[in-house]
Design a binder for this molecule. Structure first.
Ligand code: G3I
Length: 377
């Protein structure tokens, strides 16, 4: 018998080729359908692709933001790509601070803020304004001025009004007050505003901001309140008093500058203390710094830490934004301010995604649940 009449194991007779193909196609369809169902129903392995972050964040009704510096924004395409591909909001890392915006009395420099706001507007990214009153990064004419209360109050009012007017409708939230408490304690920080205007400078400035842009969400932004303790309690008391008095305040930013291995596990509880008051909250300046030398194990742990920070926000109704404080490790403030620490952000010095980015993807890959918005108008 000629060899071509032989039916080899596993092969159909030549006359049945079409039928076998049909069966195979049907089998494939079944397998693909079942796999599709399983992928939809079961929590699949975490996606590594950070490009999904904007879509995932929007699915949860939160913003995922990044602090942006103007110089690399203008000069480095890779820097712009990371922002465009991974985030839904931007915060001005420095360029909207008083030192940069009003470097001389009455002389405003809009070049940096305009660049950032135009970039964001063109890409449908939300802009968070940072910051009005802060004890750092003040111009010399302000910090070294010999102020009486009425004059300083007018200077503050003019600054807040001028800046917020310019970006009304384009900058939707402002850190009006930054770090009102002393670094490590429960007392109010004795800054210029406190010394000259007294503790009510906070309420007065919030009223000025609300008058300038009634739609803007107005925030107090603070660090060291992310875990239970005297400073957390002090800020809560301060904010409760403002809310009770009807002062226009809409949110509290938890900065979230964390040290690897020491990320608080009660962050969500602390945020709920403010959402219980009807306020919204953000985790506004996230980074997780690692002591050198950085090991692979450190980066793997950091992945879990970024994951847990994101999850804390997702678990709190009224947590509206998580912002990482810088685009890559090359742009982070950490090495300059904390010598011996580094690698605090989700992208490394060479713009490569780190495990932390996958941790964020994993956290946001949870099934979205219905969330209740803050109640304070
Ligand atoms: O502007 C000068 C520039 O002229 C000079 O060429 C350059 C040389 O190093 O320095 C520039 O100043 C830098 C400034 O940022 C830019 O505005 C300073 O060196 C640098 O120390 C400064 O650091 C910023 C820091 O605030 C100031 O306190 C960081 O970039 C910024 O990330 C950091 O952000 C703060 C938040 O606003 C509030 N929460 C804490 C957070 C970290 O400190």
């Amino acid at each position: 018998m000629p060899p071509h009449h032989t039916t080899a194991p596993g092969r159909g007779a030549p006359g049945n080729g079409k039928g076998v193909l049909l069966i195979a196609a049907a089998l494939c369809t079944v397998i693909l359908t079942v796999t599709g169902i399983l992928i939809t129903v079961l929590p699949g392995p975490p996606a590594q692709d950070g490009h999904r972050l904007p879509e995932l964040a929007r699915g949860h009704g939160i913003e995922l933001g990044v602090a942006v510096a103007v110089n690399p924004l203008v000069n480095d395409r890779r820097y712009r790509n990371v922002i465009e591909d991974h985030y839904t909001s931007v915060t001005a890392e420095n360029t909207m601070k008083w030192q940069h915006v009003q470097p001389e009395r009455g002389e405003y420099d809009w070049s940096g803020p305009d660049t950032l706001v135009d970039f964001a507007t063109a890409r449908d990214l939300n802009v968070r304004g940072h910051t009005m009153l802060w004890h750092n990064q003040q111009p010399a004419w302000l910090s070294q001025g010999d102020w009486d209360a009425d004059t300083l109050r007018a200077v503050v009012h003019d600054h807040v009004t001028t800046v917020m007017d310019r970006y009304e409708g384009r900058v939707t939230s402002w850190d009006v007050i930054n770090e009102p408490l002393e670094d490590h304690g429960p007392n109010m920080r004795e800054n210029l505003w406190y010394d000259v205007l007294g503790p009510d400078y906070i309420a007065q400035t919030l009223y000025s901001a609300h008058a300038a842009d009634p739609e803007a969400r107005l925030y107090i932004n603070e660090f060291g309140i992310e875990r239970a303790g005297p400073k957390a309690d002090a800020l809560h008391a301060l904010v409760t008093d403002l809310v009770d008095r009807g002062v226009p305040l809409h949110g509290v930013g938890f900065q979230g500058h964390f040290v690897h291995g020491n990320v608080p596990d009660d962050l969500a509880d602390q945020m709920r203390r403010y959402t219980d008051l009807g306020l919204e909250v953000t985790i506004s300046e996230v980074d997780v710094r690692i002591p050198e030398p950085v090991t692979g194990e450190d980066l793997a742990d950091q992945r879990r830490e970024y994951h847990d920070i994101l999850v804390a926000c997702l678990e709190v109704d009224g947590c509206v934004n998580v912002t990482v404080w810088g685009v890559t490790d090359a742009h982070s403030w950490i090495p300059e301010w904390f010598p011996g620490y580094t690698a605090a952000l989700p992208f490394d010095d060479s713009y490569r995604p780190k495990p932390a980015l996958a941790g964020m993807v994993e956290a946001l890959s949870r099934r979205p649940r219905p969330r209740t918005a803050a109640t304070r108008a």
